[in-house]
Ligand binder design. Structure first.
Ligand SMILES: [Mg+2]
Length: 317
C-alpha cells in the first residue's frame, strides 16, 4: 500500500504537467489576437504599443474605440511620464556615449539631433481642439497654429535639451517644417525656452517631394561630413530616425495621435528602385518597419529573393 501511495505521488504531478500547455496563456490568445471580452482600454493600450513600436505599420486614423483612450493618454499623466522615461534614457546614454566618443572619435564634434513638432514642442493645444488626431490632418489650419508660435515645450525634452547642452553636446534641430517657417519656428522655440542651438535645419525647395526619411538622412550625412558625430537622435516618428547614416542611438518619443503614413508609398517605390544597393539600405530598413502587406506583395513580385526580412515586429519581453 505504501508503495502504491509512493508511486501515485510520483505519477500524479507528471499527469498534471502533461495536461498543461507549456505556454503563457494571456487574454490576447483569443482568436483575432484580441480578447473578445477585453475592455477598450486594454485593446487601445495594445494598439498604442503596436503604433509606437512600428508593428502597426502605416496607419491613417485612430481606431474609433480608442479616441477616449488617446485623449486621456495625452491629457493625463501618461504622455508626460512616457516622454520623461525616454528623456532619462537619452541622458543616460548621452553620458555614456560621450565618454566613449571622447576616446574613440578624435576631433569629431558630438551632436544630438532633435525633431521639433511633438518632440521639442508640443502641439497638444492644437490637437485638443482638433480631435486629438481623430480628424484628418488639415495642413492649412495646422500652419495657422504654427504661425501663432506659442506651442509649449514638452517639459522632459526641454530638460534633456539643457542637460545635453550642459554636457557640451551640439544641438541640431532637424524638422520637416519648411524654410518659410524659420522665423515663427525660432520665435516659438524661444517662447518655449529653447536657446543656443547649433543649427536649425528646415526643408528647402529641393527637399519638396522627398520623404522624411530621405530628407533627414541626407541632412544627417551632411552633418557627419561637416565633422559632427551624431550620438543621439530624438523624434516622435520613425521617419525621423530611420535611414543612413543613423545616430549612434535613436530615441522614439510617444505619439499616438498620427503617423507619417503619407511617406510610406514613396518609401516603397524608392526601395523597389534601389533594392540591394547598400547605400539605400537605410531606406529599405524603413520599409522593413513601415510597409504594409500590399507593399510586401509588390516587392515580392519584383524581387525574387531578398537577403533581408521584409518586416520586423517588436514583441513585449
Ligand atoms: Mg515630429
Amino acid at each position: 500500500m505504501r508503495r502504491l501511495q509512493f508511486l501515485l505521488l510520483l505519477v500524479l504531478p507528471l499527469l498534471a504537467a502533461a495536461d498543461a500547455e507549456p505556454v503563457l496563456r494571456t487574454v490576447t490568445d483569443a482568436p483575432g489576437g484580441v480578447a473578445s471580452d477585453s475592455s477598450d482600454e486594454l485593446y487601445c493600450d495594445g494598439w498604442r504599443l503596436s503604433v509606437e513600436t512600428g508593428n502597426a505599420g502605416p496607419w491613417r486614423a485612430i481606431p474609433s474605440r480608442c479616441l477616449g483612450f488617446v485623449r486621456a493618454y495625452m491629457e493625463g499623466e501618461r504622455y508626460a511620464s512616457d516622454s520623461a522615461v525616454a528623456a532619462a534614457d537619452s541622458l543616460a546614454f548621452a553620458e555614456q556615449a560621450l565618454a566613449l566618443a571622447s576616446r574613440e572619435v578624435g576631433g569629431a564634434r558630438p551632436a544630438w539631433v532633435f525633431d521639433i513638432d511633438e518632440t521639442l514642442l508640443s502641439n497638444a493645444p492644437y490637437y485638443a481642439v482638433n480631435g486629438w488626431g481623430s480628424q484628418e490632418f488639415n495642413e492649412t489650419s495646422f500652419d495657422e497654429w504654427v504661425d501663432v508660435a506659442e506651442a509649449p515645450a514638452l517639459p522632459s525634452s526641454l530638460k534633456l535639451y539643457k542637460e545635453l547642452q550642459g554636457l557640451g553636446i551640439h544641438i541640431i534641430l532637424l524638422t520637416g517644417r519648411s524654410e518659410f517657417q524659420r522665423n515663427v519656428t525660432q520665435v516659438n522655440l524661444s517662447f518655449a525656452g529653447y536657446h543656443s542651438w547649433e543649427k536649425l535645419i528646415l526643408r528647402q525647395s529641393p527637399d519638396i517631394g522627398k520623404t522624411a526619411v530621405q530628407y533627414k538622412s541626407e541632412r544627417r550625412a551632411a552633418l557627419e561630413a561637416e565633422g559632427f558625430k551624431i550620438l543621439g537622435n530624438s523624434g516622435d516618428q520613425w521617419s525621423d530616425l530611420l535611414g543612413l547614416p543613423m545616430a549612434t542611438r535613436s530615441f522614439k518619443l510617444p505619439n499616438p495621435m498620427w503617423s507619417a503614413a503619407a511617406d510610406v508609398k514613396r518609401l516603397v517605390l524608392l526601395a523597389l528602385d534601389s533594392k540591394r544597393s547598400e547605400e539605400h539600405l537605410g531606406v529599405f530598413l524603413a520599409i522593413v518597419l513601415l510597409q504594409g502587406p500590399g507593399a510586401r506583395r509588390e516587392f515580392d513580385n519584383r524581387s525574387a529573393a531578398t537577403p533581408w526580412p521584409l518586416r520586423s515586429f517588436n514583441l513585449v519581453m
